[in-house]
Design a protein around this ligand. Structure first.
Ligand code: ATP
Ligand code: MG
Length: 204
């Protein structure tokens, strides 16, 4: 069994996440992709993140129609900071032995891999997929060079369509009253409107 992992703040989840996950799933023939909203991301303590409940709800709404997309609450329910290495250990206990895990990362996240908590241990336990557009200047060997021999072959590159959407941009657009149609699934937009998320007068 091959399981993709798409981790993120998902504040909010958008079509860039979905298109990337689907392209990697299709290319590597993954049996499922697990979307894991993070709790308190160690990298993102500089700004307010909306509640885990809202981020989880939007992640479910965005993925529920895909038979091979699933959502996991393991990071949201865990107390303390969310580290990928703890997540992998938990997943390895939950899935049959021999299951291979493929951590899907955008190019920006792939370049920061060596700064992750216990990165060396983590990279030996799973595969990393750097999702990059064809012709993008990202050298897998340079990322791998930060790690020991045991990491060799554990970082793979998969070409995915370049989708210029970020959660930051979506939050800004909502604040300014601009359209986010087709940037997020309709279900997610409806939820954002209903709960009045990302407005200046209501940040949570
Ligand atoms: P923010 O703007 O708040 O940082 P984001 O859009 O980057 O949000 P995250 O939740 O930080 O979304 O990203 C989770 C993962 O999805 C990361 O691995 C990131 O590289 C990847 N990702 C985000 N946006 C895209 C995109 N448009 N195309 C491909 N991968 C993406
Ligand atoms: Mg980001």
């Amino acid at each position: 069994m091959k399981v993709g992992i798409m981790g993120g703040t998902f504040d909010p989840i958008h079509n860039g996440h979905l298109v990337t996950a689907e392209a990697v799933r299709d290319t590597l023939n993954l049996d499922e992709v697990l979307f894991i909203p993070s709790a308190r991301p160690p990298h993102k303590q500089d700004r307010e993140i909306i509640s885990s409940e809202h981020r989880l709800a939007m992640t479910v709404l965005a993925t529920c129609f895909h038979p091979k997309f699933r959502v996991s609450t393991i990071e949201i329910l865990r107390s303390g900071p969310s580290y990928a290495v703890d997540t992998i250990d938990t997943l390895k206990r939950q899935y049959k032995s021999g299951t291979e895990f493929y951590f899907i990362l955008g190019a920006d996240a792939a370049l920061e891999l060596s700064t992750w908590h216990n990165a060396q241990e983590l990279i030996e336990k799973c595969y990393f997929i750097a999702a990059t557009r064809e012709g993008t200047d990202i050298d897998i060997r340079t990322i791998e060079a930060d790690f020991g021999k045991s990491a060799k072959g554990h970082i793979l590159r998969v070409e995915t369509p370049k989708i210029e959407i970020s959660s930051t941009d979506i939050r800004k657009k909502i604040k300014c009253g601009r359209s986010i149609r087709y940037l997020v699934p309709d279900t997610v937009e409806a939820y954002i409107r209903k709960e009045r998320l990302y407005n200046d007068n209501n940040d949570d």
